[in-house]
Write a protein that binds this ligand. Sequence first.
Ligand code: ACO
Length: 311
Amino acid sequence: AEINLEQKFQEKIDNELRIEPKDWMPEKYRQTLIRQISQHAHSEIIGMLPEGNWITRAPSLRRKAVLLAKVQDEAGHGLYLYSAAETLGISRDKMYSQLHSGEAKYSSIFNYPTITWADMGAIGWLVDGAAIMNQVPLCRASYGPYSRAMVRVCKEESFHQRQGYEIMLTLSKGSSVQKKMAQDALNRWWWPSIMMFGPTDDASPNSIQSMKWKIKRFSNDELRQKFVDVTVEQAKILGLTIPDKDLKWNEERGHYDFGEINWDEFWNVVKGNGPCNKERLETRKKAWEEGEWVREAAQAHAEKRKAKKEA
Ligand code: ACO
């Protein structure tokens, strides 16, 4: 009977039908989604920290308002994603405790420091640009709640990418000091951004099954290549240089070739030893602890209202 169910499940996926929370699904499919969606949610929440760091120091009121809105959007993305994961039977408290204990992964990219204002530009342009490249195909992921959450997330990411690119454009047309700052940010964010897509296909243990289940529609390397191809053109418009001496158009392939990624650095960051891993987790835990009274108050208020309604 299990084999029959599994066959029908795969047929549904092959026919591009969505899987919904109450539908039968293989346990491994459920676990794979919980893993990916919760990691994604954690990335959105931790992702608020490198940019939150610049809200009080944005160079104008307009830049401050935009950055504030952007960081709030990331919180919203985290919330839709936690909700999507909850439909698979894991509680939000459990996911939070996995994040806070350091057991859960989140994107490597958020463990790098944001040391100048140009980093806000580079993050929007490159990090959000890479996120969109990865997330647009997730709007067609086979699991309904995840794919639907991604539609709004992608619209907002696209605004984030433009605001970052516009910062880079302004700096690169500015004074020589500003242009230098933009180039320095590109130098520091380029390689970590292309690492975001994950290990190469031959070193990606989850890809084959996730593609068969249509959670992933493109492989890590395919998405990385697409990102490199579009971003090189955008860098030309900025008049900035991508820090890769091996970057070269390959006529035969119809793609840019690029240099070797430092995978030791990537795995080191994933394992918790990047430049800011400890700081990010500490900041997150502190916010959680200091917010306890707010959660308690909200809970008490909800209970009072419920009691009043019942009376
Ligand atoms: N940072 C940290 N860990 C990573 C990263 C990364 N950039 N890339 C891959 N990994 C981890 C995977 O989570 C996996 O670990 P696990 O098996 O313990 O969970 C391991 O490395 C091997 O990688 P893959 O087999 O390729 O894993 P997967 O099929 O899940 O692909 C990917 C990784 C592409 C990140 C996928 O999970 C995905 O598309 N996730 C949704 C998008 C997302 O999370 N984006 C977050 C950053 S964007 C943002 O939030 C703004």
